[in-house]
Design a protein around this ligand. Structure first.
Ligand code: PLP
Length: 747
């Protein structure tokens, strides 16, 4: 069963709200503007809901408009205020909004400021470390402001604004004041009319009403310009036939708020939050909360775990069927750091690792208990993977190859569970802490830290990694190879090296063999999928590049898996055969059709005047047909089921990470298929085996959402196995049991 802990993004619809909406659609379906009885019934319903909203919000004699949601309410308020400023006798010169406002607010201000030709200066009101507005700053700027927008409570952190303090700071200011009440509805008493608030937008779907219904409070007598003109509904303040099913549903929610039986009281919600906070701290001992609980809504927890990205935590929670979000839902799809936490001045690691957990006020104890139990399981799974740098591990021994990627640069960790030794190839400074944590937690000896070449502009991070695990280098050369050694043994596997000068004079490939023969080669920047490394640096050896490529081909063959030092578009690996087709120049130098001097000259022309990133793009863009373009390879669940009948040998591969796989397996398909689990970070372990399968054998990858599986399918296709597929939508679209949306009601 899913546990939905993302109530600040949206909530399910309360059963009584669903019933009310159904009745408004089926029986009381009238148009409130019609004057016959059916219409009059609809109007009475609408008036009743408005009256309730007036009581709940303490709206006094102000207007309350039904509209589509907060975004429309914000537009209407901003348009109204800015239209009035156009004609103000003494035009103020500032428009102010809180630095942590929902994007709808600054975007609406900028949009209407430009469209109305006002071009006033738009400034963000700074917030302090607790996320609260800088009132001294506001006091100083308020006299010059025409509009001030401050949310009642923040959607990402739950931080509650000091509305009384803001009101005091606005004393004597001509500014109109908008308070975004979205996250406060049903959780904080707003007493709108008692304050000098001029506009306050709300969205029904943040409190158990459906999407598409919202409210805008407008203080009596303040400027108003309709956003929508037309049939004159809502007293001509917002035209368009009203969303009666939404209004009826919102009415049911407001009734529940008034009767006091459906929603938990503040103290109960605080106890629930504390319970969740304890579970989180127990599961992730180094965890820090991003906002002080005493200043926040009792239903929101924002936190970060040092050394663990929000993406990793989201995948982990999702595997445990706990739906949480990274920062806010709008930005969750992007990996961008949270601007809310940045505005609060939190350190970069915290803004990049934020996770938000939010529940609604109908939550009950059983729901919270289940959420806590799952959080604990998530912590255990992470510890078993040695991935929580703040928690001591009880690791399961790890084996094989793991690939890490940071801004296109690849680093590989090769581990052997029998000898408990590991080798790191091309260490990256960003990974030092994570790798060290992993090695210490697994208690593996670091057999070597190898670079595939030296870097002109920076030193290797190998010494830092060795220092972090307190394993000195011993007698090794500049690239980390033990002096005098022909090979490095890692259990049954053996690493040897091959000089491949070109990209740099010291460029070296490391070849990995097991008892069956050559498994793969780490080739650094000598061969990258879709490109060759540059050879126009001071430390390059362009004239030797061609001979190096031929030496590599003679030693490993055309079909050995090559693991690159850079991978800009998730290709994972390549082979000389694949690259010879993709890069004709490479094919030509391997076959001797182009001599080494001509090869170096042609490369120089390609590289001339291009920045490194441009070089990658050009190198890639030149061969759109040969692998740079994304290959459509998605399958629906229905198509997969059908394919399993046609191809009994079909292989279904779970590419989620082990800490996710441990938390939950994919449901059965109803047909027997071969299954495998190979995490995306461990894909190179299996690529060669899959490319050796009969050409007609489908390999279908799945993950949580379809992103990682699409990468895996593309990588395998590019290596020549055309029957590589990704299950679109991933586990998220796999039929499952009901969602428990923070309450005892079923959805
Ligand atoms: N304001 C806040 C504080 C919000 O949390 C949201 C939604 O996330 C909005 C405004 C926009 O609401 P809607 O998307 O329902 O229009």
């Amino acid at each position: 069963m899913e546990i939905y802990l993302d109530a600040n993004a949206t909530t399910p619809v309360l059963p009584q709200a669903r019933d009310a909406a159904m009745a408004a659609m089926a029986e009381d379906f009238g148009n409130p503007s019609s004057i016959h009885s059916t219409g009059l019934k609809a109007r009475a319903l609408m008036d009743g809901v408005r009256a309730r909203a007036r009581r709940v919000l303490g709206a006094g004699t102000g207007s309350l408009l039904f509209l589509s949601g907060a975004t429309e309410g914000i537009q209407t308020a901003v348009l109204s205020a800015l239209s009035a400023l156009r004609h103000a006798p003494a035009r103020p010169d500032l428009l102010l909004y809180g630095a942590t406002e929902h994007k709808a607010v600054p975007e609406a201000i900028r949009h209407w400021n430009a469209l109305l030709g006002l071009n006033l200066q738009v400034l963000a009101i700074p917030v302090d470390r607790d996320g609260r507005h800088d009132l001294a700053w506001l006091r100083e700027h308020a006299p010059r402001a025409g509009l001030v927008c401050t949310m009642a409570a923040n959607n990402e952190t739950g931080v509650i604004s000091d509305l009384d303090g803001i009101e005091a700071a606005l004393a004597g200011s001509p500014a109109l004041w908008m308070v975004d009440g979205v996250q406060a509805l049903g959780k904080l008493p707003l007493r709108l009319a008692e304050r000098r608030i001029d506009y306050a937008p709300f969205s029904g779907h943040k409190l158990y009403a459906p999407k598409g219904i919202g409210l805008l409070y407008v203080r009596d007598g303040v400027p108003f310009t309709p956003l929508l003109a037309g049939g004159g509904q809502e007293g001509s303040l917002r035209s368009g036939t009203e969303n009666m099913s939404g209004i009826a549903a919102l009415g049911a929610v407001l009734a529940a708020l008034e009767d006091g039986r459906t929603f938990r009281d503040h103290a109960t919600l605080v106890a629930f939050r504390d319970h969740l906070a304890d579970a989180l701290q127990h599961a992730f001992p180094g965890l820090v909360f991003n906002a002080p609980p005493e200043l926040s809504l009792p239903t929101t927890l924002s936190f970060a775990v040092p050394g663990i990205s929000s993406k990793l935590l989201l995948d982990l929670f999702d595997a445990a069927e706990l739906r949480v979000s990274g920062g806010s839902a709008c930005s969750a799809a992007k990996a961008a750091p949270s601007y809310v936490l940045e505005a609060m001045g939190l350190p970069a690691w915290q803004t990049a690792s934020a996770v938000r957990l939010s529940f609604g006020p109908v939550a009950d104890q059983a729901f919270i208990d289940e959420a806590c139990a799952r959080i604990r399981i998530c912590g255990e799974s992470l510890r078993e993977s040695c991935l929580d740098p703040t928690a001591p591990g009880q690791a399961l021994p790890a084996d094989g190859l793991t690939r890490f990627i940071v801004d296109g640069a690849c680093c590989y960790l090769l581990a052997d569970a029998v000898s408990r030794r590991a080798v790191v190839v091309d260490p990256l400074p960003e990974l030092t802490e994570r790798l060290a944590q992993w090695l210490l937690c697994q208690d593996y000896a670091l057999a070597a830290v190898l670079d595939t070449h030296s870097h002109g502009d920076h030193a290797s991070s190998a010494p830092a990694l060795r220092a972090a695990v307190q394993q000195p280098r011993g007698d090794a050369d500049d690239l980390g190879w033990p002096r005098g050694a022909d090979a490095i043994a890692l259990g049954a596997q053996v690493l040897t090296r091959l000089a491949v000068p070109g990209h740099t004079q010291d460029s070296t490939a490391y070849l990995l063999r097991d008892p069956q023969g050559l498994r793969l080669a780490f080739v650094g920047d000598t061969v990258m999928p879709g490109a060759l490394g540059r050879s126009d640096f001071e430390q390059s050896a362009p004239q030797q590049y061609g001979a190096s490529l031929r030496r590599l081909a003679q030693t490993v063959g055309l079909h050995a898996l090559l693991l690159p030092g850079h991978d800009y578009d998730d290709r994972f690996a390549s082979t000389l055969a694949v690259e010879s087709v993709a890069q004709p120049l490479l094919g030509d130098v391997l076959s001797g059709r182009v001599n080494d001097a001509a090869f170096a000259a042609a490369k120089a022309v390609l590289e001339q005047g291009l920045a490194l990133t441009e070089y990658q793009t050009v190198a890639c863009g030149a061969r759109v047909d040969s692998g740079c373009a994304l290959v459509a390879s998605e399958l629906s669940l229905a198509a997969l089921t059908q394919m399993t009948r046609q191809h009994p040998g079909l292989l279904l591969v779970d590419v989620r990470e082990p800490y996710e796989q441990r938390l939950g397996q994919a449901p059965e398909l109803g047909v027997t298929v071969q299954r495998e689990a190979v995490a995306l970070s461990g894909l190179p372990n299996a690529l060669a085996r899959w490319t050796a399968l009969p050409a007609e054998t489908p390999v279908v990858f799945f993950c949580r959402s379809g992103n990682r599986s699409a990468q895996a399918a593309r990588a395998l296709r590019r290596l020549g196995h055309e029957q590589a597929w990704s299950l679109s939508g991933g586990l998220a679209l796999w039929p499952r049991l009901a969602v428990a949306a923070d309450a005892a009601f079923a959805i």
